[in-house]
Design a protein around this ligand. Structure first.
Ligand code: SAM
Ligand code: SF4
Length: 321
């Protein structure tokens, strides 16, 4: 379905849990509140909402969190979402720490893509930024995902004074592994302070100085706002998701479903529609609420490079990124 500004909304991001086995400092540091399980949508509720959304034109679903694999039955959910009429693609975003346990069942579920988050290739830095994660595990996850033949991408968040000195190493990793490395600008959601983020304009300039043959790649490699660059004859490439320095809202095709059942028209605003009351009602009423949420999509986000350039103060782990 189209929103008020003529944008086709065909992509849904679903946060299936606010819980995580890591504590990334910009997302969910130690001590953050957890939502009680009784307030989290059940899988049956998520499937029902997705079924109704498919009737409204949603074609692609991203399963995210928190960390999706900390919720039991995550791969069964993916299988169920895949079987909904109209849904063409289901993908997942993970920190990769437990992928080795779930890789076989994930492949069996029919998942169409795996995004793995990886901000640094330095083991100590990785453990620091993730509040205890293992670099070895996530690198193993990248290799397992690639070997599975499922489309694999890596997401990387750069921060001043933390990993900006690794840009060539991280980009080189993508070329070496023949995958896409997507650099996401730090957004002012939850506790994150985007003044600590790195502009993708700066990053592109630096990467082009090192690799002058880097050129825009018009092919679409995902469902989102990333802009891709590659080097002729070299597999893999670089994606830029530049929410702060290059507003892409005119092409926005997405809505979000939080772990607690709020449908969010835009990441930057905290408003949305709580679907819980509508889950007690018929599909017709649920569909009307979902339509209203799509029609509430603002023309653009309110992010700026300031900590206060957002109305969304909930943690990213509750929303799903
Ligand atoms: N746990 C999974 C993971 O880390 O991939 C899925 C959820 S996580 C919230 C999804 C993505 O959001 C991660 O790639 C993470 O780096 C990104 N993220 C978290 N906080 C962010 C922020 N303030 N700005 C931009 N991206 C953010
Ligand atoms: Fe967990 Fe992902 Fe947030 Fe890190 S970014 S704390 S892995 S939800």
């Amino acid at each position: 379905m189209k929103d008020h500004f003529g944008r086709s909304i065909d992509y849904l991001r679903v946060s299936i849990t606010d819980r995580c086995n890591l504590r990334c400092r910009y997302c969910m540091p130690d001590g953050c509140d957890k939502v009680s399980m009784s307030r989290i949508l059940t899988y049956e509720e998520i499937i029902r909402i997705c079924r109704v959304l498919a009737r409204l034109g949603i074609r692609k679903i991203k399963v995210t969190g928190g960390e999706p694999f900390v919720r039991l039955g995550c791969t069964d959910l993916i299988r169920s979402l895949k079987s909904i009429d109209g849904i063409e693609e289901v993908t997942i975003t993970t920190n990769g720490q437990n992928l080795y346990r779930y890789m076989d069942e994930l492949k069996d579920s029919g998942v169409d893509g795996i995004n793995i988050s990886l901000d640094t290739l330095d083991p100590d830095r990785y453990t620091y930024i993730t509040g205890g994660g293992s670099l070895e595990r996530v690198l193993q996850a990248v290799d397992l995902a690639i070997a599975s033949g499922i489309r694999t991408k890596v997401n990387c968040l750069l921060q001043k004074g933390f990993n900006e000195d690794e840009i060539f190493r991280l980009a080189g990793f993508a070329f070496r592994k023949s995958i896409f490395m997507r650099f996401i600008e730090l957004m002012p959601v939850g506790i994150a302070d985007p003044s600590q983020g790195i502009s993708n304009e700066w990053l592109l300039r630096k990467l082009t100085e090192k690799w002058p043959d880097l050129e825009p790649d018009a092919d679409i490699h995902g469902n989102g706002p990333a802009v891709y660059y590659r080097r002729p004859g070299i597999p893999g490439g670089i994606g830029f998701i530049s929410a702060i320095h290059q507003v892409f809202c005119d092409k926005c095709n997405r809505i979000r479903l939080t772990s607690q059942g709020q449908v969010k028209p835009c990441l930057s605003y905290d408003d949305g529609i709580d679907l819980k009351p509508f889950l007690q009602q018929s599909d017709t009423e649920l569909e009307a609420a979902l339509k209203e949420a799509i029609l509430k999509k603002p023309v653009k986000h309110c992010f700026t490079a300031s900590r206060f350039g957002s109305e969304e103060h909930r943690l990213m782990s509750h929303i799903g990124g």
